[in-house]
Design a protein around this ligand. Structure first.
Ligand SMILES: Nc1ncnc2c1ncn2[C@@H]1O[C@H](COP(=O)(O)OP(=O)(O)OP(=O)(O)O)[C@@H](O)[C@H]1O
Ligand SMILES: Cc1ncc(C[n+]2csc(CCOP(=O)(O)O)c2C)c(N)n1
Ligand SMILES: [Mg+2]
Ligand SMILES: [Mg+2]
Ligand SMILES: [Mg+2]
Length: 340
């Protein structure tokens, strides 16, 4: 007989702790470090914020089969869920504070799944200094669906916005681009890579760029994180800033594993530029701040600039010869615009 699928209970499985037993056992420990969570005993959380600060609030939901693979390890699903939200806090130049969590889980998911999921949360709470403050536990006839509302703090007036980039500003990106999108294709069996593990790890465990927050507060005129794809997200920044951007594909930073894969099949460059799931930060700075930014030693790379003219909201990608690159799509979208 085949072993049971991860998380599925069988007649031989241990009995479940039930809705409230699961909250007591797996979720209350995650709220213990945040007094405003009231030990998850009340109808809601209550907390104040330090004087001179604003609360930054962001929500992102994840659906099995859409954002992660149903068989991904539960601790990795937990990490991805928390980290994509932490990435939005970093993009707004905020420091993590607390989060609420909605778990919508199939009725037959076992306590072992939730136990491993909570272990992943505990590890990342410690790593990123964020605490659970409440949420909701519901059943669903559909796939695992998770939603986090993350809250962070920023000194009053210092949140980084998507608007604010000026003509001539330089476009920078953190880290490397394309690893996660390539990792997903490896997991889906449509790509073979000599060194697949770093790519798969980037897909399952994004690395929110919270260490960049002080640098963003000092230099960035506009910024956002890359979830849908580098080109699509830079276009979002351009849209709100009312500007057009030109980037150099050959300047986009690639990891050694991604470079090897693209070297073998140059068509994968479009996957790198538009595949998404990067959770890096794209931001703009005044050209006069370039040397001071680079002197910080931050892991950032200049990839282009904002044009003095050009159609607002557009991004032109140049290839190594300086010719515009034709891309089928700028990035991921849940709902395609077009005729009904
Ligand atoms: N269902 C919704 N209700 C209210 N606001 C929404 C909803 N969906 C999106 N938004 C808002 O629209 C804006 C763009 O959302 P989007 O989800 O694209 O940004 P993001 O979270 O940075 O990107 P991603 O979800 O790809 O990580 C945000 O200000 C977001 O709060
Ligand atoms: C199994 C699987 N198939 C496809 C993708 C690609 N993908 C899905 S949603 C999204 C944008 C960010 O999400 P959102 O905009 O909802 O925050 C991307 C790049 C994936 N991650 N997993
Ligand atoms: Mg979102
Ligand atoms: Mg974002
Ligand atoms: Mg999106």
């Amino acid at each position: 007989m085949l072993p049971p699928a991860p998380g599925k209970s069988t007649s031989a499985a241990a009995p479940s702790a039930g809705e409230f037993g699961r909250i007591d056992r797996y979720l209350k420990p995650l709220a213990a470090g945040f007094s405003g969570a009231l030990g998850l005993t009340d109808d809601a959380a209550v907390f104040g914020i330090p004087a001179g600060h604003e609360l930054v609030v962001t929500t992102d939901a994840l659906v099995a089969g859409v954002h992660f693979l149903p068989d991904d390890p539960p601790a990795d699903i937990a990490a991805k869920m928390l980290r994509v939200n932490l990435s939005d806090l970093a993009a707004m130049a905020a420091e993590p504070l607390a989060y609420s969590l909605v778990t919508s889980l199939p009725r037959d998911i076992g306590d072992d799944w939730l136990a491993a999921f909570a272990t992943g949360l505990a590890e990342d709470q410690r790593a990123y200094g964020i605490h659970l403050l409440g949420g909701d536990s519901v059943s669903t006839p559909g796939p695992i669906t998770l939603s986090v509302t993350a809250m962070g703090l920023v000194p009053t007036g210092r949140a980084l916005r998507r608007g604010g980039a000026g003509p001539g500003d330089l476009v920078f990106v953190s880290g490397t681009i394309g690893d996660a999108a390539l990792g997903l294709r490896v997991l889906q069996g449509t790509l073979t890579a000599e060194d697949p593990d770093p790519l798969i790890d980037r897909y399952r465990r994004p690395r929110p760029r919270l260490a960049l927050v002080p640098v963003l507060r000092r230099f960035a005129t506009a910024g956002l994180d890359v979830s849908d794809g580098l080109v699509a997200d830079l276009a979002h920044l351009c849209d709100v800033s009312g500007r057009a951007a030109v980037i150099d594909a050959s300047q986009v930073p690639l990891s050694a594993s991604a470079r090897a894969v693209v070297g073998k099949d140059p068509r994968l460059l479009s996957t790198v530029l538009t595949g998404g799931d990067d959770y890096e930060i794209v931001f703009t700075i005044r050209p006069t701040d370039r040397d001071a930014l680079l002197a910080t030693g931050a892991e950032v790379t200049a990839i282009g600039r904002l044009e003095p003219d050009g159609v607002p909201g557009t991004v032109t990608v140049l290839d190594a010869s300086g010719a515009p690159l034709k891309l089928e799509a700028a990035g991921w979208t849940h709902f395609q615009a077009g005729p009904a």
